[in-house]
Design a protein around this ligand. Sequence first.
Ligand code: FES
Ligand SMILES: [Fe+2]
Length: 421
Amino acid sequence: MLSKQDNQLLTRTGPATPMGNLIRRYWIPALLSEEIPAPDCPPVRVGLLGEELVAFRDSLGRIGLVEEHCLHRGTSLYYGRNEDCGLRCIYHGWKYDVEGNVVETPAEPAGSGFTRKLRHTAYPTHEAGGVIYAYLGPREKMPLFPNYEWTQVPLNQTYVTKCLLECNYLQGLEGECDSSHLSFLHRTVDNARNQLLYKSDTAPAYETEETDFGVRLIAIRNAGDNQYVRFSAFVMPVYGCVPAGRPTNELDGFEIHTYVPIDDSRTWRYDIGFRRSRPVEEHEVHRRRQINSDYTRVRNARNDYLQDRRMQKTVNFTGIEDFLNHDACATESMGPIFDRSKEHLGVSDKAVIAVRKFLLSSVKALREGIDPPHLITDQDRNRFPHIDCFAYLLPNSESWRRHFDYLTVSATRDNPAVKRG
Ligand code: FES
Ligand SMILES: [Fe+2]
């Protein structure tokens, strides 16, 4: 359980809040490339950390992410004209470039000086793997864009979906760090793998370790002569890396489930997946069917996730189709911002507790002026082989640490907490 104060601290992400300041120190997904697919295409609204923004792709393909309301008298730039390397307000024609410079104020007399004096809020962006990331923090503190594997593989080896989650980001993020819900929420009734690996051992042993990037989460289940080990990772500040959709013992990539606050009670969930060695096949992105063209979910709280009680008895644990909706039902039904002073945590919540602790110590340290972990400033160290997630059947006699020594060795070497110790 969390005190009301700590719950408040972790769940409020608007401008000038401590958690908002923490998340703003990192590159986070702001929208998908497909939302602004071509130069001079229509701009789109982007809600991010309580801020109202507009994104556009200018005539040269450069991306602008600017405050939605015009500097002049506040008309929304969402309705603006995207033309000749800038976004022009429809009210009096003020025009902005991707950096927020006011390049024209045609309703003003020549020499009015507005174009020199004024600058609109505009944030740096970086496009990679079908996602447009943004940095909303102080310019002088901007870290390098982290070269995660999923941002480096060719486009046909990666996939991404985005959908609205109607609750606070932390509820979604905590779900990624909670391996024990696999034994229930996502279980199907007739799947042999489920029977062996989940139903046979619904109370896994958990290990967690703090690393340079966040927290590694290890869940170990009994599976006869073997142990079934699942590696997941929480990566600062809002990434949950999981071995979703991968067969056991396959090491060829994983999924990254990302929870970006729109405001404190709505979140964009980005699911990014990649393969290291081969193109992604269409059927692997099953959840696309679950998402409407405006990125809301077909199954949502207003239609009770189209839960089918007969299916709940015969097909799967929830009676709801697709993992995406299982997670949404479990986390949205807690309410918009769950009060964690009311919860009752057990042994199975060890990983959730470890992630909260990491976030709380980072946010409290930043309040004291101490930079948070995993801000990349050195290009030579801008690679992350030790952020790896998979599920593996290992003989009981073998230790996962020895078998996958690259995980912990490099985590330890780069881990400031370990160095301090
Ligand atoms: S309000 Fe935008 S130009 Fe006047
Ligand atoms: Fe889940």
